[in-house]
Design a protein around this ligand. Structure first.
Ligand SMILES: *[C@@H]1O[C@H](CO)[C@@H](O)[C@H](O)[C@H]1NC(C)=O
Ligand SMILES: *[C@@H]1O[C@H](CO)[C@@H](O)[C@H](O)[C@H]1NC(C)=O
Ligand SMILES: *[C@@H]1O[C@H](CO)[C@@H](O)[C@H](O)[C@H]1NC(C)=O
Ligand SMILES: *[C@@H]1O[C@H](CO)[C@@H](O)[C@H](O)[C@H]1NC(C)=O
Ligand SMILES: *[C@@H]1O[C@H](CO)[C@@H](O)[C@H](O)[C@H]1NC(C)=O
Ligand SMILES: *[C@@H]1O[C@H](CO)[C@@H](O)[C@H](O)[C@H]1NC(C)=O
Ligand SMILES: *[C@@H]1O[C@H](CO)[C@@H](O)[C@H](O)[C@H]1NC(C)=O
Ligand SMILES: *[C@@H]1O[C@H](CO)[C@@H](O)[C@H](O)[C@H]1NC(C)=O
Ligand SMILES: *[C@@H]1O[C@H](CO)[C@@H](O)[C@H](O)[C@H]1NC(C)=O
Ligand SMILES: [Zn+2]
Length: 417
């Protein structure tokens, strides 16, 4: 009994210290009072002008304190820094599901040949589009907005340097999206990330360097998430509670590591394939996907629950597709919402400074997103933008709503079993 209660308090202590990691992050930015400098990069619609590098004035990026942009986040000595070792040591790794890192095949794709897809023991999304974790102590995924006739607006891979026209459009239409930002883009284009928070979008973590997460070591997975959290906080003043894996590549080991950082995984149940338009797929095929998904808004497909759609802020093509189709999406769906709003998540950031109002407040002209930087105090019913993911994102077909009590139950089981 004594041994058991010691074990329990140790477990609690470990949870507490792991959950509080963000409190030591530094930021000089007040997320409710962001003023972007009126330089050409923040105002122009010309791609080259927008994508010209600048030195941000409201924080300092000290290169030696960060992973190398676009390299795995243990780079630049981060793996041996005292800060990161302390984080690693605050986690009870013995509680992690016994799953080893996947390997990449000679063809550059992840090797699934030895994985039992029928049993799917690790809820590996890339293999099966599984979204219901099989292991305990893992936050359950979000992958569809429960509200009927709702388009869950999400855009991956930003902030892209050339997003002014796109963000201006969303602002004018009072649409809020969940923006899954890549840490390397956040430090490269900080005003772009600040714009996202200022406009009242929900900002979430999309890893530091956009790797296949299940192929990384435990410490690499942790660093990819941790340094992105830290970068988003430094640049915008908020620390996300949600993340999305690049290519949807997540299993229960990766989910468990994310859970140690108090992060919940967000996937999708409709994939536009927009990143591929003009690359590996003709534009017309992606347009066809959009048109099908738009039809689903009024033909009964989402009569009892909604979707989350995968789209990208990655280049002019994907952002222009958003501008081209959002008017029709607005017509065919009752709501267009960011994920925090459609899930009634009041506080999608660790800090309680910025709040989101929830579905009950978005069906009228009064306020979808409550706060954020003064500019986003009200929004109409239909709105959202979406984030996207590059490369081989596959469509997930499941569409049941995750049980909200599952995390609490899992924690109780983990602590008392
Ligand atoms: C995550 O954060 C919430 C809210 O701050 C807190 O109540 C909860 O205990 C944290 N979860 C874990 C696993 O630390
Ligand atoms: C907002 O920021 C500006 C400077 O950027 C400052 O002058 C002003 O006092 C701030 N307002 C609040 C309410 O903090
Ligand atoms: C960090 O990575 C470097 C290069 O891969 C390696 O030599 C070193 O042993 C690592 N340090 C720790 C503490 O893991
Ligand atoms: C983890 O799984 C491997 C096989 O995949 C097994 O050999 C090993 O004993 C397991 N470790 C624990 C601690 O259960
Ligand atoms: C709704 O439209 C989609 C896209 O065209 C189609 O796949 C689906 O079968 C339709 N559903 C119904 C109930 O008509
Ligand atoms: C941002 O968008 C531009 C314009 O489409 C594109 O050339 C560039 O590759 C994008 N940058 C990133 C980092 O994705
Ligand atoms: C895409 O590029 C064209 C041509 O430069 C430009 O007119 C348009 O505004 C861009 N679209 C978006 C959404 O940025
Ligand atoms: C709507 O917003 C108000 C004020 O922010 C809040 O008190 C209320 O609980 C919200 N209602 C719902 C259903 O979210
Ligand atoms: C969000 O709040 C609305 C209004 O109270 C409610 O109808 C809806 O079921 C809630 N959705 C979730 C996912 O909690
Ligand atoms: Zn992505």
């Amino acid at each position: 009994m004594l041994v058991k209660s010691i074990a329990i308090s140790l477990a609690l202590a470990q949870f507490a210290s792991a959950a509080e990691y963000w409190e030591s992050f530094k930021s000089q930015v007040d997320p409710k009072n962001i003023t972007l400098p009126k330089i050409a990069q923040t105002t122009s619609y010309d791609e080259v002008t927008q994508c010209t590098y600048y030195e941000p004035t409201n924080f300092q990026f000290v290169e030696s304190e960060w992973p190398t942009p676009w390299e795995i986040a243990t780079s630049n000595g981060m793996n041996s820094s005292q800060e990161f070792r302390n984080l690693v040591n605050s986690i009870n790794w013995k509680a992690m599901p016994n799953i080893t890192a996947r390997t990449m095949g000679a063809d550059g794709a992840i090797d699934m040949s030895n994985y039992d897809e029928a049993k799917d023991p690790d809820c590996w999304w890339s293999a099966t589009t599984c979204t219901e974790p099989k292991h305990e102590g893992v936050n359950p995924d979000i992958y569809a907005c429960p509200e009927p006739e709702t388009w869950g607006l999400t855009y991956d891979d930003g902030p892209n340097c050339s997003h002014n026209a796109f963000y201006d459009y969303l602002e004018a239409e009072k649409l809020k999206a969940t923006m899954f930002y890549i840490g390397s883009n956040v430090v490269d284009w900080p005003y772009g990330a600040q714009r996202g928070v200022k406009d009242g979008h929900q900002i979430a973590d999309h890893t530091w360097s956009h790797q296949m997460m299940t192929s990384l070591s435990n410490e690499e997975v942790l660093a990819e998430l941790y340094y992105t959290q830290k970068a988003i906080k430094m640049v915008t003043g908020v620390t996300p509670r949600h993340w999305r894996p690049a290519f949807g590549d997540v299993d229960d080991r990766v989910r468990w590591i994310a859970t140690q950082l108090n992060l919940t995984t967000v996937l999708w149940n409709l994939d536009t394939d927009d990143w591929a338009a003009g690359n590996t797929e003709p534009l017309s095929q992606v347009q066809g996907n959009y048109e099908d998904f738009i039809k689903m808004g009024s033909n009964g497909t989402f009569a009892t629950s909604g979707n989350i759609v995968l789209t990208h802020e990655i280049d002019n093509t994907t952002m222009q597709l958003a501008l081209d189709y959002l008017p029709q999406i607005k017509k065919n769906y009752k709501h267009i919402l960011d994920v925090a709003t459609c899930m009634n998540i009041t506080y999608p950031y660790m800090e309680k400074t910025v709040s989101f109002a929830g579905v009950g407040n978005t069906s009228t002209v009064t306020s979808a997103v409550a706060t954020a930087a003064g500019s986003a105090t009200s929004s109409s019913s239909a709105s959202s933008s979406d984030s996207a993911q590059t490369a081989a994102d596959k469509e997930s077909s499941a569409s049941k709503v995750s049980a909200t009590g599952a995390l609490a139950l899992a924690l109780i089981i983990a602590l008392f079993a």
